[in-house]
Design a protein around this ligand. Structure first.
Ligand code: PEP
Ligand code: MG
Length: 364
């Protein structure tokens, strides 16, 4: 059940009085956002917009967009995606009224969205009115040797700026609609997989331009901020430059762990159990934050970010944001918030209070 009551609710209320870290949720749908609120989330730390397109028929429009070869084709596919996206943002803003909502621009590892099976290829061919061979050729052209290090994140928004434009329009139109209904909205737009400040400059320029246009048309302004994921080691190392363009950093410790260790997120299972059994690694670094490596990068990014922008907001939205030992680390290094999956929000609230009280597991 999504809600907490009785003694647990009382314990969590008590914990909330002591914790310093804010607790947000990772949620991609209005339903998850509502669940997260019931469980005490104080905002959304990560809305993965590509996840909005996994369900039902939406995946087909997403595939059309990814497989488009001209900007015109891409714009036509984006025009189908925009209303769905806008509607979901309205639902999420309403569920999180008064709280910040961090929406990440598209970050789809392409292989997750390409048609794979024969019937998907046939269906795609019918949709686009081309031959199955033409679809196979497109799939082959888009297949990457290493998709997690490939054409994803802001790289997509830079090579196809119309994607970022569509998303910015969907976010601000949804925010304006909510504001017109008297709902308080705090959109935070987050650019993924940044490794150089110039990537963020290019994306920021598009987002700010769309905001200016829509606010002028509506005769109303919505306060918003733009920030970035810190999930590539180079971003952590150049954080002082990136902070010129970012009002917040959110540590994407899934990718940051992958890239710091040089271990594929998707294939770690082949040898990690052996490493754990033999004590080579004390814990699974994808679950418990590695203070020596990933943790050091977080400290370096924190210091670099604050040197340029003392009030920069710092959070974490990788899986580690719901892990008690990692939450303790986030408290110790002075992050502002952790963001965890909705069902982990109560755990995060307790862990944040334990960290603030200096308690360790087994102390109570
Ligand atoms: C991350 O890399 O930690 C992150 C939150 O992004 P994703 O898991 O979507 O790559
Ligand atoms: Mg990531």
């Amino acid at each position: 059940p999504p809600s907490v009551g009785g003694d647990l609710a009382e314990l969590l209320d008590w914990a909330d009085q002591f914790r310093r870290l804010r607790v947000r949720a990772n949620a991609d749908t209005p339903e998850d956002a509502a669940k997260a609120r019931e469980l005490g989330a104080e905002g959304i730390g990560l809305c993965r917009t590509e996840h909005m397109f996994f369900q039902g028929d939406r995946i087909w429009a997403m595939r059309e967009m990814i497989m488009a070869t001209t900007p015109e084709e891409r714009r036509a596919a984006l025009a189908k995606l925009e209303p769905m996206q806008r509607e979901d943002f309205v639902g999420i803003f309403k569920a999180m009224a008064g709280f910040p909502v961090t929406i990440r621009t598209l970050d789809p590892p392409l292989h997750e969205f390409l048609p794979k099976h024969e019937e998907e290829i046939q269906a795609m061919a019918e949709r686009l009115g081309v031959s199955p061979e033409a679809i196979r050729a497109k799939v082959q052209a888009l297949t990457e040797a290493n998709p997690m290090l490939g054409h994803r994140g802001c790289r997509l928004g830079i090579t196809a700026p119309e994607i970022t434009e569509m998303q910015a329009r969907a976010i601000f139109t949804a925010a304006l609609q909510c504001a017109a209904e008297g709902i308080e909205v705090h959109p935070e737009i987050m650019v993924p997989l940044v490794s150089d400040v110039r990537e963020l400059m290019v994306q920021r320029e598009i987002i700010d331009r769309v905001a200016r246009q829509l606010f002028a048309e509506a005769g109303r302004e919505i306060p918003y901020s733009i920030g970035t994921m810190i999930e590539v080691p180079r971003a952590a190392l150049t954080a002082s430059e990136i902070a010129r363009e970012a009002e917040f950093f959110s540590f994407g410790t899934n990718d940051l762990t992958q890239m710091t260790y040089g271990i594929s997120r998707d294939d770690a299972g082949r040898f990690l159990p052996y490493y754990l059994e033999h004590g080579i690694y004390p814990a699974d670094p994808f679950q418990t934050l590695d203070r020596a490596g990933v943790g050091r990068l977080i400290e370096i990014a924190r210091d670099g970010g604050r040197a340029t922008r003392p009030a920069i907001k710092l959070g974490i939205c990788g899986e580690h944001g719901g892990d008690p030992a990692s939450i303790r680390f986030c408290h110790e290094v002075g992050l502002d918030y952790v963001s965890a999956s909705p069902y982990r929000v109560p755990i995060a609230r307790l862990a944040a209070a334990q960290a603030a009280l200096g308690l360790r597991e087994g102390d109570v």
